[in-house]
Structure formats: C-alpha cells, structure tokens
Design a protein around this ligand. Structure first.
Ligand SMILES: NC(=O)CC[C@H](N)C(=O)O
Length: 384
C-alpha cells in the first residue's frame, strides 16, 4: 500500500460551537461535515467505531494517538458503511501494516466521502469536551477552508437533543440475518436448525449483535424502526430485540409505542443502548442528555445482584433518569464512573435491558452473558 502523504497535504479546520479552532490536515474526503463532537477512549476498533450507526450525526475524536496502523478490511464492520459524521485524530501512520488490510484508513474515508482531520491536539480537544460537555462542531477540509466558515457551520448544527435518527439509519425493508449461519455452515458443516426466532427492531443495529444472537441459535428477522407491534407479532417471535441506534430516544414515539405493546404482551424482550432507553420510556421513565456521555471500551459497570464489576464497551450520550423508573422496574447495573443507570429489568414482564454494549466491538466481552440470559428467557417462556 502506498504511503499516505503523497504530494502536498490538504489543510483542514475543526471548529467547535464554543469558538475553539483547531488546524490540521485532511485525511478523508474534501468538503465539510457537521455534528456533535464526542471523544472515544477505546485503544482499538476504529473501523467498528466509524461504522457503528449510533454515531450518525456525531464527529468522533479518538484519544488513542495512532489511528489507522492496521488499515481497514471488509469484515470488521458494524454496518455496510461509515455512519460517523467525521473523524478527528492525532496521527495517521505513513504506512499500513496488517495481513488483513485491504485499504488504508485515508482511502477508506475518501471512498465513502467522509471528512477526517489529523494532526489535532486530541488531548486538548478531549479535555475541552470533558470540561464543557460535548460540543456541536464542523470540519472543513480543502485549500479554501476558512475559520469563519468553519465556525458558522459548527454553530449551524442544531444539536442532538430532540433529533429522531433511528428511522433515518434503519433498514427500509425487513430482512433475515444470514451472514453468521453461512459462516458457521461453511466452517463446521451443516448448520443446526435455529432454536428461536428473534424479531429485531433496527434502530441502527450493529452487526455484532446479530452475530452474537445467531451464534446462540437464533434466527433473526430484522424489521424497520417504524414497524408496528402487529408487524412483529405476525412473525410469531420467541423474543423481541430492541437495538442500539443514534440520536435522542425521546422523539421515537413509534418505537416507544411498539415496544410498549410487545412488552405488555409478555414476549421476552431485550434492549441494548437506544433499545434500553426505549424500554425505559415504554415503561414510563424519562431520559436525559448527559454532559459528554460514555464512549469507550474500559467502563466499569457493577452487577448489583452478584456485586461483580465488569469492564464494558460504551457509546451513549443520553441516559435513563434512574429517579423516574416506576416501581415495576428493578435496577440491575450501574456505572462505576458516574453511578448512572446501566441496566434494569421489568419485574412484571420478561423484559430487561442494558445501556452499554454487551456485543463489545470494539471492547471487552465481560457482559456478553446477557445474550445467554435473553436466550434462557426465551427458552423458559417457550415451555411455560
Ligand atoms: N449506542 C446507542 O444506542 C446510543 C443511544 C443514544 N443515541 C445515545 O446516544 O444515548
């Protein structure tokens, strides 16, 4: 693969709504992008982060300084394309080195028309975001970029509060997840018949969630975010999955309505991240916007029953206000970073949810047994 800096570097400007300006070089497409600027502290997984649909309308800065060393490949993705609105990094290596690399990070960004900026003091930027909170921002990449334009653009982003993005990134048509079955079948011979049928609402679902459900013997039918409860019921599901996704959960009234109906009917239901927030709203609780959210792969979360502490992957900017949870919701997990709510279960229905990412990708899989819990819940319900 050719070295990245061939010819003249293209200048780029990052502006934040508070007036902060950062000068760097373009590592992606020329042009402009706007969104909420958030920092992610994971040391690995830049490809999974870029393709996570939950990052729609967010510009991500990575605190790990060297990004792009292992290039990109077609497998380590959480969706078919990049969803992050832009990428901010300290240093892009001159050469890519990995046996799986098919493309450089820079070419990948360009091929998907995504704007990125390097040579940024990401420590200064992260400290600023941590102190002032996530900021609306813009990147302008190109020889004609000006500070005035970048600032005006940054201030033109309305902010994520009130933004319904789940229906924007969701699949438009239902589909059955086949990737995992195909792989298992290719490797170990004939695939056993799936034991459960899960209907997954796609609010921006990460592939690894579907992979982990499929590996546990689930056939998965993925439905568009705006599918009604009746659409799901017609498929005679053993369980309902409410996915992660971008934006503010509160305006997703269609999703709150459908999940409420399905939970009330007593169908085993599992929610992750946005799905957790939707389950809370469907149960009568409220959500709130966090100062700078949780985005990383080393967040300690305590399971309140076992008292065990698990290291988890996180990516959220909204949270459920624990004080508003009704009596039929029991808190199961809390963040040891800030004591915010990380998980609860319904005491009157077979339904539970988690704010972090048990599918990791990137990140640790300490909390992956939540998928087993969902499968056990479906098993129990099937024979009840
Ligand atoms: N990863 C997610 O599902 C994120 C949920 C929601 N968009 C938030 O930022 O809190």
């Amino acid at each position: 693969m050719p070295p990245f800096f061939q010819g003249q570097p293209v200048p780029a400007i990052l502006a934040l709504a508070d007036g902060s300006i950062f000068h760097g070089v373009s590592i992606g497409a020329s042009g402009q992008t706007i969104g909420e600027v958030v920092f992610n502290t994971a040391m690995t997984g830049y490809q999974e982060i870029l393709t996570d649909p939950s990052y729609n309308s967010q510009i991500v800065t990575l605190t790990y300084p060297h990004i792009g060393n292992t290039g990109v490949n077609a497998e380590d993705v959480e969706a078919s394309r990049i969803h992050a609105a832009g990428l901010i990094i300290r240093d892009l290596p001159l050469r890519v080195s990995n046996f799986r690399a098919q493309q450089s990070l820079s070419d990948y960004l360009k091929s998907q028309n995504v704007v990125g900026i390097a040579n940024i003091d990401t420590r200064r930027l992260t400290r600023l975001l941590r102190e002032k909170g996530a900021q609306n921002g813009a990147i302008l990449a190109g020889a004609d970029a000006t500070v005035e334009d970048a600032l005006a653009l940054a201030r033109s982003f309305p902010g994520l509060s009130g933004m319904d993005l789940a229906k924007v990134v969701s699949t438009k048509e239902p589909y059955v997840w086949t990737e995992t079955e195909w792989k298992l079948g290719a490797g170990v011979g004939k695939q056993e018949a799936p034991k459960f049928h899960v209907v997954a609402y796609d609010y921006g679902v990460k592939y690894n969630i579907l992979r982990m459900l499929a590996e546990r013997g689930c056939k998965i039918t993925v439905l568009p975010a705006q599918a009604s409860a009746e659409d799901a019921l017609k498929l005679n599901p053993d369980g309902i999955f409410l996915s992660n996704g971008p934006g503010d959960p509160e305006p997703c009234d269609y999703a709150i309505r459908a999940s409420q109906e399905l939970i009330e009917r007593g169908i085993p239901t599992f929610g992750i991240c946005l799905g957790h927030q939707l389950m809370a709203l469907a149960s009568g609780a409220r959500t709130l916007k966090m100062k700078f959210g949780h985005h990383g792969a080393n967040h300690p979360v305590q399971d309140l029953d076992s008292k065990r502490v698990m290291i988890t992957s996180q990516n959220h900017g909204f949270a459920v206000d624990a004080a508003t949870l009704p009596a039929n919701c029991r808190v199961t997990h809390v963040s040891l970073f800030d004591n915010s709510l990380q998980g609860f279960e319904r005491t009157d229905r077979p339904a539970f949810c988690f704010q972090g990412h048990p599918e990791a990708s990137p990140g640790p899989t300490d909390i992956a047994p939540l998928f087993d819990r969902f499968v056990a819940m479906m098993e129990k319900h099937k024979h009840a």
